[in-house]
Design a protein around this ligand. Structure first.
Ligand SMILES: Nc1nc2c(c(=O)[nH]1)N[C@H]1C(S)=C(S)[C@@H](COP(=O)(O)O)O[C@H]1N2
Ligand SMILES: [Mo]
Length: 402
């Protein structure tokens, strides 16, 4: 499955006007606004877009979203507990009755529509996978604070990621049961949360297509997170989990999956989740995959006792494969040393690491730089795109010691 080839093909389909159920005119108007650096107006804020408690020591709230504080991951295990797993909601967490919920599969890739209740899905062979859900805009605020660049969208720090143990049934199993046609090229899961309205335009339910090759490769229809039923905020009763791909692919509260013998498009792969800006095509560069990043398990501005040895910890991850090594600098990037990896790494999703450090009194800048098994290394500067996606540069973390 080569998603680069898929992206190029779909870009050509899109440019040739081979788009179903989506107006390219809306897109061009909105893209112009986005290209000018205008903020994308968000939906009206409901009283509580997120159901679970968001204590300030665990989360930072950003509109309808909440990012995990990295200090909240210190001394936690490999998996991010639900009480501190980040939430990215386009609107609000819907209330869904699992006893009446069912998943519909329909479209030109099926002779007839098929329906599966939660019990139907639970009776099919189950599988558990460690998978990171990470927002494509994770780290976006650093384009501005570290590179002085203008970007639009939610100003995430690095807390728009969580690694979970997801349990469910393979999407391929369900597609086969539904009688999928060999001519199917794309599938598109559709959320049951309210329609997303952007710039006064109703863009419909949150949805994003992916190719049949990916659907048959490693995608899950998950009904459990970390051994418990999916929490409401993370997609109860069932969400799609698409390993290695940007978070938007993993549609929560899925109600229907469109199965199509023709290429599918939605605003979430035409207007959003494309790279716009200098050096990118005017129509935007499609992308699907997450990049490489590192984070210290502390909040920027933390104060340490001077002259006392402290253990700095963090995590690094890459969608391209397991992490090979991590280098840390405690002097603003002048000198670097290898961090010690520790802990089990089921699925190789991320690597926990540590270094000892005895800070002198004063201000310090911490940096961590990861390299994965494919040789990808975090650069000093991330390549700018106007929507602020896929920030991969080394982050400078200010701390002090007194
Ligand atoms: N139905 C639906 N699915 C969705 C979203 C949404 O708003 N509605 N947000 C997407 C985005 S942008 C991300 S990053 C992930 C976040 O998953 P989480 O909230 O479980 O952390 O869900 C994705 N799936
Ligand atoms: Mo996202």
């Amino acid at each position: 499955m080569n998603e680069g080839v898929y992206d190029e093909r779909r870009l050509r389909d899109f440019l040739a006007g081979r788009t179903r159920g989506f107006s390219r005119r809306n897109l061009l108007a909105l893209t112009a606004a986005v290209g000018a650096g205008a903020a994308i107006p968000g939906p009206a804020l409901a009283a509580g877009p997120i159901v679970k408690p968001l204590p300030p020591e665990l989360f930072r709230q950003l509109g309808t979203n909440a990012e995990t504080r990295w200090s909240a991951l210190k001394d936690q295990g490999y998996y991010v507990p639900v009480d501190r797993f980040f939430v990215r909601n386009h609107t609000v967490t819907p209330t869904i009755d699992a006893s009446t919920w069912s998943l519909e599969l329909s479209g030109s890739g099926l002779a007839q529509a098929a329906h599966f209740s939660l019990n139907d899905l639970r009776k099919l062979p189950r599988e558990t996978r460690p998978v990171a859900i990470e927002c494509a805009g994770n780290g976006r605020s650093y384009y501005t604070s570290q590179q002085g660049q203008t970007v639009s969208g939610t100003a995430w720090g690095l807390g728009g990621i969580g690694v979970g143990r997801w349990t469910g049934v393979r999407l391929s199993t369900v597609l086969r049961r539904a009688g999928i046609s060999r001519k199917t090229v794309d599938v598109q899961p559709i959320g049951l949360d309210p329609n997303f309205v952007s710039g006064g335009v109703d863009l419909g339910p949150v949805r994003r297509p992916f190719p049949i090759g990916k659907a048959f490769d490693d995608v899950l229809l998950a009904y459990e997170l970390n051994g418990e039923p999916l929490p409401p905020d993370h997609g109860f009763p069932v969400r799609v989990v698409v390993p290695h791909w940007i978070g938007i692919s993993s549609i929560k509260w899925v109600g229907r999956i469109e199965v199509s013998t023709e290429p599918l498009f939605s605003p979430w792969n035409t207007q959003f989740y494309r790279l716009f800006g200098e050096g990118y095509p005017a129509e935007g560069q499609p992308f699907d995959r997450q990049v490489i990043k590192s984070a210290f398990e502390l909040d920027p501005g933390t104060t340490f006792p001077a002259g006392v040895r402290t253990r700095l910890t963090g995590r690094s991850w890459s969608a391209d494969g397991p992490i090979r090594h991590v280098q840390v600098s405690t002097d603003g990037g002048t000198t670097w040393r290898r961090a010690r990896p520790y802990g089990a790494t089921p699925g190789g999703v991320w690597q926990r690491w540590e270094v000892d450090w005895t800070p002198a009194a004063g201000q310090h800048t911490l940096l961590a730089r990861a390299t994965d098994v494919r040789g990808n290394t975090q650069p000093d500067t991330a390549r700018h795109n106007t929507l602020g996606y896929v920030f991969d540069a080394v982050v400078r973390v200010p701390v002090s010691a007194v």
